[in-house]
Write a protein that binds this ligand. Sequence first.
Ligand code: ATP
Ligand code: MG
Length: 611
Amino acid sequence: MTFRSKLFLNFMIALLLAVGLVAAGVTIVTRRVFDQLNGQHTDAMVQQFQREFERRGQDVAHRIKAIAEEEATTRMAVDLSRPNADVSVYVHDARGVSSSHQLNFLDFVGNDGSIISSEEYPARFGYKLSWVTQPDDWAARGAFLMKVETDQGPALGLMAVSTVRVGDRDLYVVGGERLGKEFLSSLVLPADMRALLYLNLASEFQEPNLIDINGPAPDADRFQPLVEKIEADPVEQTEKISWGFDPSNAEVFKALPQVGRQKELLGVLFVGSSQRTVVSLERRIRWLALGVAAVGVLLGLLLSWWGAARVTRPVQKLVAAAREVSHGNWGSRVEVHGHDEIAQLSKSFNQMTGQLVEQREKLVQVERVAAWRELARRLAHELKNPLFPLQTTVENLQRAREQNSPQFDEVFRESTGIMLGEIDNLKAIVSRFSDFAKMPQPELAPVNLNDIARNVVKLFEAQFGAVGRPPITPELHLQENLPIIQADATLLHRAIENLILNAMDAMPAGGVLMLRTQTIEHGVSLEVSDTGSGLTPEESERIFTPYYTSKQHGSGLGLAIVQAIVADHGGRISVESESGVGTSFHLDLPSSPPHKPQVFPMVFEKKEVEA
Ligand SMILES: Nc1ncnc2c1ncn2[C@@H]1O[C@H](COP(=O)(O)OP(=O)(O)OP(=O)(O)O)[C@@H](O)[C@H]1O
Ligand SMILES: [Mg+2]
């Protein structure tokens, strides 16, 4: 992954995280606000219910009191206070009175608690309502919830009791309103709220006992756990009920327990608020956040792409320049803009390449001077050999002439012979010198290095096994399908010849000569190694210097020629050697030499040895 892509990716992750955090924050905050609003709504509803409940209660108590104070009731009380009063004449009174006072339940109960007349359960005439006669201040109690037995089964009533006292006997007026769907429809609810009432009239949960304004509520079974929870612990509860997968169909219900005089649970009022508005608002906010995020991401994408490009462009230039340096263009430079870290890096890079070029020039100069010095030293040494006999011969000749020696002619003949011989030596030295200087440029053609190696070894085969000489065993490890390279076969032949000659000289007691070829990156390599005398590290450093030789009749030009040939092919040569163990020369040759032959710096891989 490029630096630019990494930078861009980091920008993007940071941006997405920021947008995600903001969106999540907004969603959480709005949800909290909505929940709060919802709670406030429900509380208002509950208060409304309680007010309505109280108002209804007062109304019921008021109407019961009014019945008790009516003249007909007083008359009934007076009549009943008489001994042996006929109670049967009043058996139908409750019906008429209740309808005129719009009551669902009404009972006239005698002093002993027996029912004289009942609206909701006329057949219970004479039945004892013992709870009425228990001491209680009915006037002060007001209305209360009660399970009422009717001829159609039990019902929940908002009841009140009033007494009419005649003498020491009481007539009880017990009545009230049914708490059912009519009561629920009297509650004014906002559009997204509804109220349900569970009538806890049986010992177990009964689905038809859950009613809404239309009667028995659908899916009543879903409320069963909540009802059972309240039965176990009659306190306010809040629970969310989901109707299907769509969250907007969910409702949050506040369940309020409704208890009677003995604190027994008689009903549960459910105030539910639909989550539709909340969910749709939430959805709208989410879409808005997504939209903002998308625009942000798009803008961020453009900005970060542009930003990343701005940051990485100078870095890319630096990378390109560094690559050029690695390819040999040591003078490579980068433009410096501004004063930031990248600019400082570019400046340092330029300084570094400047120093590199300077150092290289210095090194080349030093090497050149050293090479000329070595050459001059060797040349002086070579020339000194024939010059010394020349000088003594001329001096001998002069002396013989001055002394008028009778053998002058003989001396003269001898001396000129010596002088001509030494002049020939001088000529040979000069011609070797000029031969080296006149090394031809390679004429390139497709070449198989394996073939050349085989040919050269064949040439020497006779000498390897010559009689009277310890044998040398040639070993060829030539890689099959070695790539063809562009090279001058004659020059390579000459180079390998020189290396084999040196190897043979290094193995006077015989040994193994090994040639190995193999493919390398962008070319081929040849290794020529022997098990001969080897070289000390100091010798390894000097052997490529022209005229360096350790041999009595050596010219010291063999390896210099090999190096020149390899360099002219754009390749490199290195030596690895251990004194007393052997030497190997490595030649790396490119598939096709560059147009202008490049000189590779020499590499000497030395091993610490004991001389
Ligand atoms: N394979 C080798 N093992 C040990 N020493 C070597 C080997 N090859 C070269 N040398 C050392 O390097 C010196 C220089 O070798 P180079 O081929 O340049 O000159 P030369 O062999 O001495 O003379 P010429 O090649 O002209 O006969 C040799 O004199 C020898 O000391
Ligand atoms: Mg040689």
